[in-house]
Ligand binder design. Structure first.
Ligand SMILES: *Cc1c(COP(=O)(O)O)cnc(C)c1O
Length: 440
């Protein structure tokens, strides 16, 4: 069960902190690293387990997730328009399955083990299925069934689900359809559901913020910028900061910027144009219902190259509103051209990410141009997934004369500002030398 049977609102985890051993300072977590031969202290999720205390040590599932680092980069900072030393990238592509999803899946798998689940399922634009598949495959604790939309999944991600041995159902439809179906199927068949409707996913994803603070020597940045799809991450980040403040472990909360793709901009539209707000836990349901009814009438479907955020019905919408309230947040949209140009800059400076991830950098640049982010602000952009997840987008961007490039142009991406085109050359020493000597 992931929602209240009466209100149909998603469940949320609350702890009775006064009965739990709460750390007296965030610096306590640094000590765990010296104990990293214990897998629970090695894990970038579970070494913070006092801040997600729902499992006993013997129940915890870990495959070494969360070995991710905060990287400072002046080059990307310059692209965004920030002063030197103010731009940070939290590179979550270094997780076992190559995306931040492993943070949440470690927690959901732990809960699945606690309740003795034998089968786990999710709908996915790709990364959730890759993550669930690896947890099922490596631990052998449960069988995995993944639902993907037809033709909507990047090959890197699909190949992972297949390789890790998950039963893979390709549903005729898009992610929103697949999620609706997996929720029904899980309820009917008693299967453990691992989408971010599962509140334990969000508990694991809180730790991304703990690692960001750790990377900054426990200082609070001015901004956290994150792409928004199903809004699990943004919701989790908000919850992390609300709790840290409540526990007296931080004295200030950073501002949160959630970035939609323009082709999947439900949050942006509702927040920016319809003024939907958390409203002390009572967001305007009539407004939301009408928005989705109009969407259905007009048959509006999510459409962006950033496939990981190609979602029009974000399930964590309300939790995200809570996060935006707590973090004095803003929401923006960026188009696919802006996303791919930002991605090329992230790649050129050595990090590399998939398209959806680069929405954070494109969004930070936009907010900087609008004067919302100041040049002197310290900004952390979350790079949610690995570059190799979606090579088709990258190759299409850089190669001018291929079908891939034409496909990109057709979907509206025609100003590839940072193209690095492969140069065709004959298999001939003189010709190769003359090309190399001609390079600027
Ligand atoms: C899942 C995913 C997102 C979207 O995150 P939400 O929590 O659904 O908003 C963004 N980028 C990548 C790479 C993802 O896998």
């Amino acid at each position: 069960m992931t929602a209240c049977p009466v209100s149909h609102e998603l469940l949320d985890i609350e702890y009775e902190w006064d009965k739990l051993p709460v750390p007296s300072s965030l610096r306590e977590f640094e000590a765990a690293w010296s104990n990293r031969r214990n897998p629970l202290d090695y894990s970038g999720v579970w070494r913070f387990r006092k801040l997600l205390p729902f499992a006993s040590d013997s129940q915890i599932v870990t495959i070494g997730e969360g070995q991710t680092h905060l990287q400072q980069t002046d080059a990307v900072g310059k692209y965004i328009g920030l002063n030197s030393k103010q731009c940070y990238l939290q590179y979550e592509g270094m997780n076992p399955s190559g995306s931040f999803k492993d943070n949440g899946m470690a927690a959901a798998s732990t809960h699945a083990r606690i309740v003795g689940a034998k089968v786990a399922a999710c709908a996915s634009t790709g990364n959730t299925s890759a993550s669930l598949a690896i947890y099922g495959g490596v631990t052998g604790l449960f069988k995995v069934i993944v639902f993907v939309g037809s033709g909507k999944i990047a090959y890197g991600k699909l190949s992972q689900a297949l390789d890790y041995g998950a039963v893979t159902l390709q549903i005729q439809g898009d992610f929103d359809d697949a999620l609706e179906k997996v929720r029904l199927v899980s309820k009917e068949a008693g299967i453990y559901l691992c989408n971010s409707v599962n509140p334990f996913r969000l508990e694991g994803q809180k730790t991304i913020m703990y690692r960001v603070l750790e990377g900054l020597g426990w200082e609070i940045p001015d901004w956290i910028v994150v792409p928004g799809g199903n809004l699990g991450n943004s919701s989790a980040f908000g919850k992390a900061f609300i709790e840290l403040k409540q526990l007296g472990l931080i004295d200030r909360i950073p501002r949160l910027a959630v970035i939609n793709a323009a082709g999947a901009n439900t949050l942006y539209d509702l927040y920016q144009h319809h003024n939907l707000r958390w409203n002390a836990g009572r967001p305007d349901q009539t407004l939301i219902d009408k928005f989705y009814a109009d969407m259905d009438t007009q048959n509006r479907r999510a459409n962006t190259l950033a496939s990981a955020i190609e979602i029009n019905r974000p399930v964590n919408l309300k939790k995200c509103l809570r996060a935006l309230q707590a973090c004095d947040g803003v929401v923006r949209e960026v188009n696919d051209t802006e996303i791919l140009n930002a991605k090329a800059q992230v790649g050129a400076y050595g990090f590399g990410c998939e398209p959806a991830s680069a929405a954070s950098v494109a969004g930070a640049k936009l907010l900087r141009e609008q004067g919302v982010i100041a040049p002197s602000d310290r900004v952390v952009c979350i790079l949610t997934g690995h570059q190799l997840k979606d090579p088709t987008a990258t190759v299409g961007y850089h190669a001018p004369e291929t079908d891939e490039a034409k496909k990109l142009a057709k979907s509206g991406v025609n100003q590839c500002s940072f193209k690095n085109t492969p140069i065709p050359v004959a298999n001939d020493l003189q010709q190769i030398l003359s090309v190399i000597r001609g390079l600027k």
